[in-house]
Design a protein around this ligand. Structure first.
Ligand SMILES: C[S@@+](CC[C@H](N)C(=O)[O-])C[C@H]1O[C@@H](n2cnc3c(N)ncnc32)[C@H](O)[C@@H]1O
Length: 329
């Protein structure tokens, strides 16, 4: 295995999976990890709510002017289009953050977000409002296509570079890595790397930990679970952990799709940009797709989400199969 996508600057030290202690209840690392997961899961559930849901009684009012300021800020920073229908949910999600910070109004929070010396609170806010729903092998035909159509085209170079652009808690890049690992074409002589990125540092931390509730693997074939997951023991039987041979294939990094350029120097064989463009308006979708196409090899593949479309948005790609496109040669 190589040690990274050439030209891609890697995240500062990811956990070296080869150094991971046997994962059982006696591991001294375990309690910390489990606490982290539980906290992460609670936050994930809170952030994973569908944007159309309305809940929790509002406490601090969010007036029109201030909402408009947030709307402009969120659109500029992460491309998410906060329509009026999403206003209640936006307000509900941030009530808790305002309370934590002891703030008295949304205007105070806005001032904090834009006035900070770094982007820390802006990043926190984006974490609160983004939707992180995902699952292992979501939209399974993409992984079949990857195995049957994409990999056989790469047998000469035996090098695979794939980018999961909005990886959320990591199920998508790990599913890609498992597909590579299980592919008939794959062997230890291949050099495979999956770059996994997201705007949310909280999601990236969860993804890099590679630990999930056991229930998240329930729909997977048992032999796949055996090959690629460690099962928790003792009081951790409700948890699984992705095995090191898969974790080691994936590099995590924070990348905002709204950035003018991405920190990737060598061209990719495939890009997964799934279930994120749906939050962008058409103008932003077009700009993101134009940028993504610059990082794909000619003939490289783009996978999008089931509710997303390329129709009238980009002419850099042609249709290959439902939600799968190819960059023109
Ligand atoms: C619904 S999840 C999609 C996860 C995965 N791709 C899938 O299809 O299952 C959307 C993800 O997009 C991320 N996201 C939102 N805006 C983003 C941006 N501007 N740049 C990068 N990631 C973004 C969110 O943090 C969230 O984790």
């Amino acid at each position: 295995m190589g040690c990274g996508i050439p030209g891609v600057s890697l995240l500062p030290p990811m956990q070296d999976a080869t150094a991971v202690k046997p994962w059982d209840s006696r591991s001294p690392n375990a309690p910390v990890t489990v606490r982290g997961i539980i906290r992460g899961r609670a936050l994930e559930e809170q952030a994973g709510l569908d944007m159309n849901m309305t809940m929790i009684e509002q406490e601090l009012p969010l007036n029109d002017d201030v909402f408009e300021r947030f709307r402009v800020l969120v659109y500029r920073e992460c491309g998410i289009n906060l329509t009026d229908q999403k206003r209640t949910l936006f307000s509900c999600r941030l009530q808790q953050r305002l309370k934590q910070l002891g703030l008295k109004s949304f205007q105070d929070y806005y001032d904090l977000v834009v006035g900070g010396s770094d982007d820390a609170e802006l990043t926190n806010m984006l974490d609160y409002i983004s939707t992180n729903q995902t699952e292992f092998f979501r939209e399974p035909h993409h992984f079949t296509f990857l195995r049957e159509r994409v990999l056989p085209e790469l047998t000469i170079d035996k090098t695979v570079r794939i980018w999961s652009t909005a990886c959320s808690s990591g199920e998508e890049p790990y599913s890609i890595a498992m597909t590579l690992s299980d592919s008939i074409a794959f062997s230890s002589t291949w050099n495979c790397r999956v770059l996994a990125s997201d705007i949310s540092t909280r999601m990236l931390a969860k993804a890099a930990a590679g630990q999930y509730s056991h229930a998240r693997t329930n729909s997977l074939p048992p032999d796949l679970v055996r090959r690629h997951f460690l099962l928790g023991r003792g009081n951790q039987t409700d948890l699984v952990k992705v095995k090191p041979h898969i974790v080691n294939m994936v590099v995590f990094r924070r990348i905002n799709l709204m950035d003018d350029r991405y920190p990737i120097k060598s061209l990719l064989d495939a890009i997964f940009c799934r279930n994120v463009m749906i939050y962008f308006d058409r103008e932003t979708q077009a700009a993101v797709l134009a940028r993504l196409s610059r990082y794909l090899k000619p003939g490289g593949y783009l996978f999008i989400g089931h509710a997303e479309t390329m129709l009238g948005i980009s002419d850099s790609f042609h249709y290959v199969a439902p939600t799968i496109y190819r960059k023109h040669d």
